[in-house]
Design a protein around this ligand. Structure first.
Ligand code: DGT
Ligand code: CA
Ligand code: ZN
Length: 646
């Protein structure tokens, strides 16, 4: 079911049709759920559910069906529903009883619907029998063991509710970068397309490519005369679930998934990642999710200052403001203003005396700094580097020539070796590394030594054919070896020596999370020391918004890897590019770079679509000051081959 919080969407300003098919299907679904919460007749509930489902899979145009009256002949749409939909679509008004249902349902019950795996029936039961009417009350009741004894509930389902509450609160607080960007870019594009908008830019942590996003910040350049019309148009965009505050220059909103043109899906998720983020409930959690957004409208000449300010980070801003103060200037979201001219004036009045800036680069230039890319604005030495001409020349997507950690149908991947190679070639890559799971990892269908070596033969054959045909593309043959007890790898040495490389990674998370940092660090180092190991895979095992990684002293690990590299043995640290991981953390990338440990940006692709996750790795690498020559990805296959077999 497509998402949406429990709010009836506002009509779009230009109708009919005033609502999209998705919005109507969603509204019907909400009504069904609210009716069920109220304890309404099951047949009534079902008729709304059926209508919602029917609309969800409708191929005809809903607006036309309504206009022609054809809607009344659709299966499952009676006279009542037909009139309700006609009124909504052609007049932009939801039926009064739907609105009443939304207004009269206690907000605490609606909040409980957000708990993964908890449906209206059981919420009603708990409300009736225990007086549980909010998530907070539910948590209290579960902790007091009041839920388990209820008929049809039990200890297991009580625990699951507690887990769900924990998941929900984490999920509410911040969202992963991929999801935040999906909302942010959709919202930015809708605003940019409005009449009167010169420019709309996604700012804040999304622009800085942090691994998780609190809320979205959008800065919009609009002529003063157009502020009001643009502000109104923004309030009427699809996907706005609620308005928290609205003025001419600042709007605070809640967005939901109806902002997307297509219905919201999360795609394939690697099974052990999925476990950590809510399992089968995850998609529902995401589809009914929301994200807060702040929009700032400013005149064109002020916009660079506003954009710089709301891009942050707060720490970077403070460092910049201090630099301005040292030069007798006041830096804020309105301008860069000489103190002697501004005097007692404040805000926009003072900004009338601002030094001019056509773009952000001009602001940096006024402060004798080179332009600092948004990803670096974390007060991690970027201001000093910008002063000394020492900013890194950051890696970009088009520097990526290949990646080493990818799966095929030999283990738990969805695509064949051939299809993965073909896709990589079509992406313009120069090489691709295949590293399927090793035998111990049964849940990921780890491949036997025999099958692995057979895969190696196929790879040799392909490579020979390409060499023959003058095709500048090669496959590398590796394995993602589970790190076993004592830091051992998962194949005998005579198997490993036939491969190009090993990505050594930890998967027995329960065991590793139950041990202390010292033991984990020692075992990791032992696995790294194996001559076949070329890459340390997802170095902490963290799943963003899911679970913490195991304890490990990555500084010690990196220093140890640096010694190997100094002595000519390739030991790279993975930056797992899956947006669920982004592990190595960006903060440590800079450290790896400083030590001369190469970073391997790895999509950990389990499908052809998964290969493009490398883009999130590039974002994180940029945030970690990584330049092309700090990675394995920017090498040609010949260069990489040389480094691996040195
Ligand atoms: P988030 O939303 O938690 O993922 O992180 P940000 O960085 O987007 O932070 P947010 O949304 O609170 O504010 C957006 C930017 O506005 C922030 O990066 C820097 C700027 N800003 C907000 N509050 C302050 C402040 O008190 N002082 C300064 N100098 N800048 C601030
Ligand atoms: Ca923000
Ligand atoms: Zn993998």
């Amino acid at each position: 079911m497509a998402g949406g919080s429990f709010i009836l969407p506002k009509p779009r300003p230009t109708g009919p049709p005033f609502f999209s098919r998705n919005q109507v299907a969603n509204a019907l679904h909400q009504v069904a759920v609210l009716l069920e919460l109220k304890g309404a007749n099951v047949f009534r509930v079902r008729s709304y559910q059926n209508a919602s489902r029917m609309l969800g899979s409708l191929t005809e145009d809903l607006g036309e069906l309504v206009a022609s009256g054809e809607i009344f002949n659709m299966k499952g749409i009676g006279k009542g529903l037909g009139s309700a939909l006609t009124q909504a679509i052609s007049e932009g008004r939801w039926p009064d009883d739907w609105i009443d249902l939304h207004t009269n349902t206690p907000p605490g019950l609606i909040e409980m619907l957000g708990i993964p795996g908890l449906g209206p029936k059981r919420i009603k039961l708990m409300a009736d029998e225990l007086g549980v009417d909010s998530v907070a009350r539910l948590k209290e009741a579960a902790l007091n063991n009041e839920i388990a004894p209820m008929k049809g509930f039990g200890a297991k389902s009580q625990q699951r509710m507690l887990d769900g509450i924990e998941l929900l609160s984490r999920f509410r607080a911040r969202r992963r970068l991929d999801i935040g960007l999906r909302y942010g870019e959709a919202f930015q594009q809708r605003i940019a397309a409005l009449d009167g908008v010169h420019r709309a830019t996604l700012a804040g942590s999304a622009r800085r490519r942090k691994d998780t996003i609190g809320d979205l910040d959008v800065v919009v350049a609009v002529d003063k005369d157009d502020h009001e019309t643009v502000a109104n148009a923004i309030l009427n965009l699809p996907g706005i679930a609620d308005v928290k505050g609205a003025g001419d220059s600042k709007i605070s909103l809640i967005l939901d998934t109806s902002i997307f043109d297509d219905s919201f899906t999360v795609g394939h998720i690697d099974s052990n990642v999925l476990d950590a983020i809510g399992g089968d409930d995850y998609e529902q959690l995401e589809a009914s999710g929301t994200i807060d957004a702040q929009v700032r409208l400013v005149p064109k000449h002020v916009e660079p200052f506003t954009l710089a300010y709301f891009t942050g980070s707060k720490e970077h801003n403070i460092a910049m403001r201090q630099r301005a103060i040292d030069r007798g200037l006041r830096l804020n979201e309105f301008g860069l203003i000489p103190e002697d001219k501004a005097g007692e004036l404040k805000g926009m009045d003072a900004a009338a005396y601002s030094l001019p800036a056509a773009d952000e680069a001009a602001i940096y230039a006024h402060l004798d700094l080179a332009y600092v890319p948004p990803e670096l604005r974390e007060d991690m030495g970027e201001v000093e580097a910008a002063q000394n001409g020492a900013l890194p020349d950051l890696i970009k997507n088009n520097h990526i020539r290949g990646a080493l950690h990818n799966h095929t149908t030999l283990s738990d991947g969805e695509a064949s070796l051939e299809l993965m190679a073909d896709t990589a070639r079509k992406m313009g890559w120069n090489w691709l590394g295949i590293a399927d799971h090793s035998p111990s990892l049964k849940i990921a269908n780890g491949a036997s030594a025999e099958d692995l070596l057979k895969q190696g033969q196929t790879i040799k054959q392909y490579n020979a054919e390409w060499a023959n045909d003058g095709v500048d593309f090669r496959l590398f043959h590796g394995v993602e070896s589970d790190i076993l007890a004592g830091g051992k790898l998962d194949h005998p040495d005579d198997v490993l020596s036939q491969l190009d490389y090993v990505v050594a990674s930890v998967h027995a998370m329960t065991k590793w999370r139950g041990r202390d940092e010292l033991e984990n660090t020692e075992e990791l180092i032992r696995a790294i020391d194996h001559p076949a190991t070329k890459v340390l895979g997802h170095p902490t095992g963290r799943i963003l918004q899911g679970r913490e990684g195991y304890e490990v002293d990555l500084f010690a690990v990196l220093e140890h890897m640096a010694e190997h590299n100094d002595e000519g043995r390739l030991k790279a640290i993975e930056l797992n590019a899956s947006p669920y991981r982004l592990d190595l953390d960006w903060r440590l990338c800079k450290h790896a770079k400083g030590l001369g440990v190469p970073v391997a940006i790895n999509p950990d692709a389990h499908s052809i679509r998964g290969l493009s996750d490398v883009a999130y790795g590039v974002m994180t690498a940029r945030k970690g000051w990584i330049e092309p020559h700090d990675t394995l990805n920017a090498l040609s296959w010949a260069e990489l081959h040389e480094q691996m077999h040195r």
